[in-house]
Design a binder for this molecule. Structure first.
Ligand SMILES: Cc1cc2nc3c(=O)[nH]c(=O)nc-3n(C[C@H](O)[C@H](O)[C@H](O)COP(=O)(O)OP(=O)(O)OC[C@H]3O[C@@H](n4cnc5c(N)ncnc54)[C@H](O)[C@@H]3O)c2cc1C
Length: 474
């Protein structure tokens, strides 16, 4: 089954078919006639390779999850000579790895300061350094393996939603450049149009080394490499339980059981009761994206003169940029407190898009979709081995390079290689009392953060207007 077909089925399961979405929203004129409730990235993807769905009785390595984490681990173990099977509940890449925004930053959320307080300055630097390594490594990987996925070091504009945030990110960029060698430059508000055709923000910081790619083409290229290395990917095969045995594990699946010596779990935002210890440590959070209809090239060039990806400083962040062919805007963020349907998030994202770019007011949405990222209680990615089960997850919304890199490292650890070690190893993986994997606290937290973001922006804009008026009084 093609990925886009699986997505349609998902929409139907939620009680809404694409045609009923069209009926509901056509009156608003907001959706194109060929609107899809699936990722824009799937449109120009070649047909998937045929995969046998039968499950072998055993394998030396079994990996659960076929996103970037799982496939990179599998590629490593297969190339290391281990018979490797990947179990995937849906189609390969069905999770975040075919639906993300394709932005690549240095991926470690906590600042050097905050990490130094927790782990000491040496470990903090090493942890932050893994982010830069992941970014460089993914470039080497796609170039070395010749994967056509539009990888480009376009750079990222980090846009400040208030003057205070501009000051804060400018100071932090300066420090990060001095202490970690991460290149950046500030763009004050008066010069903002050189980066972004918008007056919404109060300046920002450019990180010229950050990159972007086409996430689904990247995943498909990775899948092809894994299959060529001998990895057996079994689609529509949900792992239901993991039973420890004397010589390893038995994994019970919807297609029967498989025995293995080594098991790895790479389920990130789709982690379930299969691994209760991990489920208690990751917080699944929906992220939502739209793509616009094709736009005139000169309009896209005006909005994104440098072609960079953009993320802003709001607590509930918006991330966006031009599509790789520079014909559309791909715009993501979180527009509701609780989880919602892409048919409802689409118009809300569009509203926010128009607030930032009033020139897009009449533009239609051609695609609207969502997926689940995995946050953690300490905002850190975690990888390691618990009760004999290898894992890597918790990328906190920045997993394109990190999931790839840590997946690869996990594969090396399974092979027993020293280079599999990372600065994340053996860090405590916190949970909270009574948390079982359902983030009941999320709607209230998101609502509060969104309220504060809006309030701060409105105040900053009001102050700005006032000072404009004062300046005009003779
Ligand atoms: C809308 C959106 C936008 C994003 N944008 C960005 C971005 O711009 N930049 C960035 O760096 N990151 C982004 N991310 C995050 C990034 O995509 C993820 O961190 C990354 O893809 C995680 O890869 P993964 O392989 O660990 O997990 P996934 O790709 O989610 O794969 C997990 C797989 O496990 C399978 N699975 C789960 N349970 C079982 C089971 N029991 N049996 C079998 N299979 C199972 C699932 O079906 C799924 O396919 C975004 C995510 C989303 C949802």
């Amino acid at each position: 089954m093609a990925l886009s077909q699986a997505w349609n089925e998902e929409a139907e399961a939620s009680g809404q078919t694409q045609s009923s979405v069209l009926r509901d929203r056509h009156a608003d004129g907001l959706f194109t006639d060929d609107f899809k409730q699936s990722a824009y990235w799937l449109d120009d993807l070649a047909a998937p390779p045929p995969l046998p769905e039968d499950l072998p009785a055993s394998a030396e390595v079994v990996i659960v999850g076929s996103g970037y984490s799982g496939l990179h681990a599998a590629l490593e173990t297969a190339r290391g000579g281990r018979e490797t099977v990947v179990l995937e509940a849906k189609d390969p890449g069905w999770g975040c790895s075919s639906r993300n925004g394709g932005h690549i930053s240095s991926s470690v959320k906590p600042s050097l300061d905050s990490l130094s307080r927790r782990f000491g300055s040496e470990r903090a630097l090493a942890v932050r350094g893994e982010g830069t390594k992941a970014l460089d490594w993914i470039e080497e990987f796609v170039t070395g393996e010749d994967i056509a996925c539009d990888f480009r070091r376009v750079g990222r504009f980090h846009a400040a939603h208030t003057p205070a945030h501009y000051d804060r990110i400018a100071r932090s960029a300066d420090r990060v450049s001095r202490e970690e060698g991460i290149e950046s430059f500030t763009v004050p508000r008066g010069e903002q149009h050189s980066e972004l055709g918008s007056d919404f923000y109060f300046g920002g910081v450019v990180y010229p080394r950050y990159a972007s790619l086409h996430p689904a083409k990247y995943h498909r290229g990775l899948l092809d490499k894994a299959l060529a290395a001998g990895v057996r990917v079994v689609p529509h095969c949900t792992a239901l339980s993991i039973i420890p045995r004397n010589d390893g594990f038995e994994i019970v699946t919807t297609r029967g059981s498989i025995r293995t010596r080594e098991i790895a779990v790479a389920t990130n935002g789709y982690t379930t009761g299969l691994t209760p210890w991990l489920q208690r440590r990751v917080i699944p959070i929906g992220s939502y994206v739209i793509a616009t209809e094709p736009l005139p090239l000169d309009l896209v060039e005006r909005l994104f003169p440098t072609g960079r990806i953009v993320a802003d400083t709001r607590r509930v962040v918006y991330y966006y940029g031009p599509s790789p062919d520079r014909r559309r805007v791909v715009f993501g963020g979180r527009v509701s407190s609780g989880e919602t349907d892409p048919k409802l998030s689409g118009p809300l994202l569009h509203q926010e898009l128009v607030r930032i770019f009033p020139a897009l007011a009449g533009t239609k949405i051609s695609h609207s979709w969502n997926g689940f990222v995995a946050y953690t209680f300490d905002e850190m990615v975690h990888c390691g081995c618990h009760d004999g089960i290898h894992y890597t997850m918790g990328y906190c919304g920045s997993g394109v390079s990190m999931a790839s890199y840590l997946g690869m490292r996990m594969g090396q650890r399974i092979l027993g290689r020293d280079e599999g070690r990372t600065a994340f190893d053996d860090l405590p993986f916190p949970t909270r009392p009574l948390y079982r994997g359902k983030p009941w606290f999320l709607p209230a937290a998101v609502a509060w953060y969104r309220f504060r973001d809006r309030l701060e922006w409105r105040r900053a804009t009001a102050r700005d207007r006032k000072s404009d008026q004062t300046a005009r009084v003779p």
